[in-house]
Unconditional design. Structure first.
Length: 235
């Protein structure tokens, strides 16, 4: 589904991503874990087309996309739930969801997908006319996920979905990510909560200072002494 080959990205003179390579197969949940500033968000922003590639390739469904604009990538089936949610606070829940379908013209299908989002997130259906900025953190995260689903993505990039949420809500958000994946959407997940991310991931990569230093199945990484020491609070 998605392949990154020898990706290099700079912020001015700072070499943010150094020869990163990773793959996400159709139907998988793959997680990218690492400390703050390791390059996780930069990786997602580069895949989405929000950050320019210095060198390397991004291949989606067999097609090279690193030269394409962000909207072109969305139209090819790539969608991102950004860090910090980035919902439109002055717009209603319904209008936010509509924005997720901004590249689509199939009105009856859009209506159907809107109902699908309300089925998945009943609270959004209850609050469809409410201003998005008045929702709680957890509800805003659900709205950001629902908005991304409105573009009918083949692959969903998720950046820190559990950030700032109460532990009970974190579990709910991860259950939702799992059910979205079981519904046929491939997921690339960036997450600081390494134990939760690895518990639902098929595979994972560990990124440190812009380089991939470890990869394996979710189970292998969760058992790795290096990962336990650095990210899971182990000795």
């Amino acid at each position: 589904m998605l392949e990154i080959r020898n990706l290099n990205v700079h912020y001015g003179v700072i070499h943010a991503l150094k020869d990163i390579s990773l793959t996400v197969n159709d139907g998988e949940i793959v997680t990218l874990i690492g400390a703050n500033g390791a390059g996780k968000t930069t990786t997602l922003r580069t895949i989405s087309g929000l950050k320019k590639v210095t060198s390397g390739e991004i291949i989606l469904d067999g097609k090279q996309i690193e030269h394409l604009s962000a909207p072109q990538r969305v139209s090819m089936g790539l969608s991102q739930v950004p860090e910090g949610r980035r919902i439109f606070p002055e717009m209603s829940v319904f209008e936010n969801l509509e924005m997720g379908a901004f590249l689509r013209t199939d009105k009856s299908e859009i209506r159907r997908d809107m109902e699908m989002v309300y089925d998945r997130f009943p609270i959004l259906g209850d609050r469809k006319k409410q201003m998005a900025g008045t929702l709680s953190g957890g509800e805003q995260q659900m709205l950001a996920m629902g908005r991304a689903l409105m573009s009918r993505p083949k692959i969903l990039l998720m950046d820190e979905p559990s950030m700032g949420l109460a532990p009970l809500l974190v579990r709910e958000i991860f259950d939702i990510i799992k059910s979205i994946n079981e519904g046929g959407t491939t997921v690339l997940l960036v997450e600081q909560n390494a134990s939760m991310a690895l518990s639902i991931a098929d595979r994972g990569y560990v990124i440190e200072t812009g380089s991939i230093v470890l990869s394996g199945t979710g189970e292998e990484l969760a058992k790795s002494s290096e990962v336990q020491k650095a990210y899971l609070g182990g000795e």
